[in-house]
Design a protein around this ligand. Structure first.
Ligand code: FES
Ligand code: MG
Length: 601
């Protein structure tokens, strides 16, 4: 008897798809399940052959241009699955596109997570290829992989080719922040602004800067959830097609080996990823997403781990916004393996962590060298020492993060140069209630914004601006830009785009909408920011704050516009704990702990 006939899988757990397609104990239901999957031409012999059924979670669509190339790549994934002896079933997922989705793509991360869990758990799949790319698609996939815990591998779509304008590299997002300053200063007109920004998107793929997409795809590889060397391959390259094919081969092998996310997503893997995030100059969105994945995997991970394990790691990847280069350069320089190879040989990451291909980090990257030291610098002569994230706290919030790698010399000089107190400065705040308020008033001279002002954005967190808006990086008033001031300290309960080089204090929790002290700040108050002690304090006494709280009339939770906004608001946690749906966290490894769902008829 074959494995399929005797219901075994060579001594390994039986394939879960057999419960749908070949269950001798329940022929009625087997017939019902099988017949409909035959209707597009799969034969009965194939579907009952005992081959692994592999889902391909398709995130590409016209609504998701960053991931759209997956529509092509999936064909090569299918070929890999078939050549390895599996059967592919591709399915669509809820679209997420970072810049196109209003009010936020962050709102959709948890929705895509939920839909992926339902799809992967509720349909006949023995393994799954998650297609990832644009910012939130990677965490949504890894969160779902963790919750369901069947063999899972991620396939990145890859970055766009480098953007160019008049002989200079123009990077996604980063050029927008620069171009809006130029527009505000009258250096370019509207048409010039559009041309400059469009030049940064020359091909299919995700943002070619070290924004949240390159960050999260790099960290997915660092975690061991995608094939080594895969994250940085530009989307249009032939290597990307080949990588799609190899991913298809790999997932079938993973099913036979019963290698699951729980074998890969260990605390060791997360520690490695935190260190890689510092070395690449990764996005401030990384802690939100990695903490979310860890919570769904049941792995202990706190915001303090980012400071404790990542702050001392140097920046070595010279990509915009912290540096000069873009995605194609990153790939040619060796990508994630070249970064991890250096970190491993310096004893900064743990080589014993297992990855999807069944090999350890050491086996995958232990001897990989950098191909271009202008793009990936040597660890012993880095671009910046201590480049990780700093975790700040104080009376204004319990937690917020700041990316140390983007603090410019100009910024340091202006704010952190008092010899008596070199790591701290105090400024008068100007408070904005949401991005509309900011856009409306930023150039209003009556606000009196000067080079020592601190700009505060509130009402932009996971509850207040459902999902959390990337609006904390605010440009200074045009008059200040014309005077040569390119960045003011910004602080808020929202996020900042990973493509922004602004030295902002972000993701402050608790947000104003859930009663955080940020709700009580008034324009003209003074705030002290001490990067030495990691303290941010509102210099207003307790009694005054209590009075303000009692008199607080503003509701920072606007009316929900869709059912999901309302549901999300009622269930979501704060940024410091991953902004997950809190009641989803108890569902862990459900393929093992909950078994197979009941029959549908
Ligand atoms: Fe989709 Fe940047 S907007 S990757
Ligand atoms: Mg973004």
């Amino acid at each position: 008897m074959s494995d399929a006939e005797n219901g075994t899988n060579g001594g390994r757990p039986p394939l879960r798809s057999r419960a749908w397609f070949d269950n001798p104990a329940n022929p009625d239901m087997t017939a019902l399940y099988v017949e409909r999957y035959l209707n597009f031409g799969i034969s009965l012999e194939e579907i009952q052959s005992g081959r692994p059924i592999i889902g391909i979670a398709q995130t590409g669509s016209d609504l998701s241009p960053c991931n759209r190339h997956h529509l092509e790549l999936a064909k090569r994934v299918r070929e890999g699955i078939r050549d390895a002896g599996g059967i592919a079933l591709e399915f669509g997922t809820h679209p997420i596109q970072e810049t196109g989705k209003r009010p936020t793509a962050g709102l959709d991360r948890n929705l895509q997570y939920l839909s992926l869990v339902e799809s992967v758990y509720g349909y006949p799949m023995d393994g799954v290829v998650f297609t990832i790319g644009c910012d939130k698609t990677t965490p949504a996939a890894l969160m779902a992989a963790a919750t369901v815990n069947i063999p899972s591998i991620a396939l990145s779509v890859g970055p766009m080719l480098n953007g160019w304008f008049k002989g200079e590299r123009t990077g996604s997002g980063t050029i927008v922040w620069k171009a809006r300053e130029m527009l505000a200063a009258g250096e370019i007109d509207y048409k010039g602004f559009m041309e400059l920004v469009a030049s940064s998107a020359p091909s299919t793929g995700w943002c070619n800067t070290m924004g949240t997409a390159t960050t999260m795809n790099s960290l997915c590889e660092a975690l061991g959830m995608s094939l080594p060397g895969s994250a940085a391959i530009p989307a249009p390259y032939r290597d990307r097609q080949e990588n799609a094919y190899r991913t298809g081969l790999a997932i079938v092998e993973m099913v036979h080996a019963d290698r699951k996310p729980s074998d890969v997503l260990t605390r060791t893997a997360f520690m490695n990823a935190i260190r890689v995030n510092s070395a690449i100059g990764g996005s401030t969105n990384a802690p939100i997403h990695l903490n979310a994945i860890a919570r769904h995997m049941g792995v202990e991970l706190n915001l303090s781990d980012w400071e404790d394990h990542g702050a001392e790691i140097p920046l070595i990847v010279n990509l915009q916004p912290a540096g000069e280069y873009l995605g194609e350069d990153y790939y040619r320089a060796g990508g994630v393996p070249a970064v991890m190879g250096q970190l491993f040989r310096a004893g900064l990451i743990d080589g014993s962590a297992l990855t999807v291909n069944g090999k350890t980090v050491e086996e995958n990257v232990g001897t990989v060298e950098v191909e271009d030291p202008k793009v990936i610098w040597p660890l012993d002569a880095p671009m910046k020492a201590h480049a990780g994230l700093s975790v700040l706290s104080g009376n204004l919030f319990d937690n917020a993060v700041m990316k140390l790698s983007v603090i410019s010399d100009e910024f340091r000089e202006r704010y952190l140069s008092d010899p008596a107190d070199p790591e701290a400065f105090t400024g008068k705040v100007v408070v904005f209630d949401g991005p509309e308020d900011y856009h409306h008033r930023i150039d209003d001279p009556s606000l009196g914004i000067d080079e020592r002002s601190i700009l505060i954005m509130r009402g932009a967190g996971p509850v207040g601006y459902p999902g959390g808006a990337e609006v904390v990086n605010m440009r200074p008033p045009a008059a200040l830009i014309q005077a040569g001031i390119h960045a003011l300290p910004c602080l808020g309960d929202g996020r900042q785009s990973g493509t922004s080089g602004s030295p902002s204090i972000l993701n402050a929790a608790p947000e104003a909408a859930v009663g955080g002290t940020l709700a009580l700040v008034r324009t003209g108050d003074r705030v002290r920011i001490d990067l030495g002690t990691r303290k941010v304090d509102l210099l207003v006494d307790e009694a005054e704050l209590a009075e303000r709280r009692a008199a607080l009339a503003v509701d920072y939770v606007p009316e929900s516009q869709t059912p999901w906004q309302e549901i999300h608001r009622s269930l979501v946690g704060q940024f410091d704990t991953g902004a997950v749906l809190e009641n989803a966290v108890k569902y862990q490894r459900i393929a093992q702990t909950k078994g197979i769902p009941r029959d549908s008829h």
